[in-house]
Ligand binder design. Structure first.
Ligand code: NAP
Length: 273
């Protein structure tokens, strides 16, 4: 590839370690010439995030708990002191209490609901608002969603409801900021083993199910998400906003998986004649 993002500057929120989807996006953006800054959530994660940031030439690595308006204001003030314009923002942040991600959705607590929606959905609204003055008259904001926003999936529970709110927020924010040339989109990734996904009950089974039943017959890997983000971050995606793009080996199009239907296709059966 060339340098799709040469001269662009982007803030990446949501790197916890090398497995993070935000890290795959950061690596892809760096490869395409972008200059990056990072935030981290928990203070103890700075020691993990800073060396990763340095690997892609970033020195601005800032704490930001997205439940804190003060943290958000401070981050964007510091980014604004370093850069006169912000070209893109990656929001790859979600959290729910572990006990909400097993059992029944009907058992979700009021506090657990508020927490999941605040961190995983409202935070996109808050950081978009904070980014606007720095984006000026053009930019791209990309968040991360999951199929649980629109289908029930075992144990995803309140996080599915948070993702539904996130995807609706993508559309409303896109309508708000589109007249300024700013685009807001989501990538809906298939399941990938990360710190966040480890908290979802039965995750191993979900990975196996995707690998067996997705049209591409494999689970999603981080790099596929990173590469797809380039469409939304670069001018190639300049006509796309308010959209949810699936990077899930095609799983979201499947109705009854072939295994359940009782007939495997020829490729699965190993028949080639
Ligand atoms: P991850 O590496 O654990 O990233 C989740 C990030 O959220 C971490 O950097 C975490 O930072 C941050 N976070 C949580 N609470 C926060 C808070 N209050 N303030 C600031 N940051 C906070 O896991 P991931 O799978 O890459 O998740 C990134 C995004 O992709 C999430 O939105 C997730 O729902 C979505 N997604 C993941 C999958 C998958 O299968 N992995 C599939 C589809 C979508 P700290 O740990 O420092 O708090």
């Amino acid at each position: 590839m060339g340098q799709l993002l040469a001269g662009r500057r982007g803030l990446v929120m949501g790197v916890a370690n090398e497995r993070s989807l935000a890290w795959s996006i950061a690596q892809a953006a760096h490869r395409e010439g972008a200059e990056l800054a990072f935030t981290f959530g928990l203070p103890q994660l700075e020691k993990r995030v800073r060396p990763l940031a340095e690997r892609v030439g970033a020195s601005l690595v800032l704490p930001c708990d997205v439940q804190s308006d003060q943290d958000i204001a401070s981050v964007f003030a510091q980014v604004g002191r370093r850069w006169e314009k912000l070209d893109f923002l990656i929001h790859a942040i979600a959290f729910a209490n572990r006990e909400e991600l097993k059992g029944l959705y009907a058992d979700t607590s009021r506090e657990g609901f508020h927490l999941a929606l605040d961190v995983s959905a409202y935070s996109l609204v808050a950081v978009t608002r904070a980014a606007l003055p720095l984006m000026g008259e053009g930019g791209s904001i990309v968040t991360l969603s999951y199929l649980g926003a629109e289908r029930t999936l075992p144990h995803y529970n309140v996080m599915g409801v948070a993702k539904a709110a996130l995807e609706a927020s993508v559309r409303y924010l896109a309508a708000d900021v589109g007249p300024r040339g700013i685009r807001v989109n989501a990538l809906s990734a298939g399941p990938v083993r990360t710190l966040a996904s480890a908290g979802v009950g039965g995750f191993r089974n979900v990975l196996d199910w995707y690998a067996a039943n997705a049209p591409l017959r494999r689970a999603t890997n981080q790099d596929e998400v990173g590469d797809a983000s380039l469409l939304l971050l670069s001018d190639w995606g300049r006509g796309i906003t308010g959209e949810v793009i699936y990077v899930d080996s095609g799983y979201h199009i499947v109705g009854v998986p072939s295994a359940v239907g009782g007939e495997r296709n020829e490729r699965d059966q190993g028949a080639d004649s």
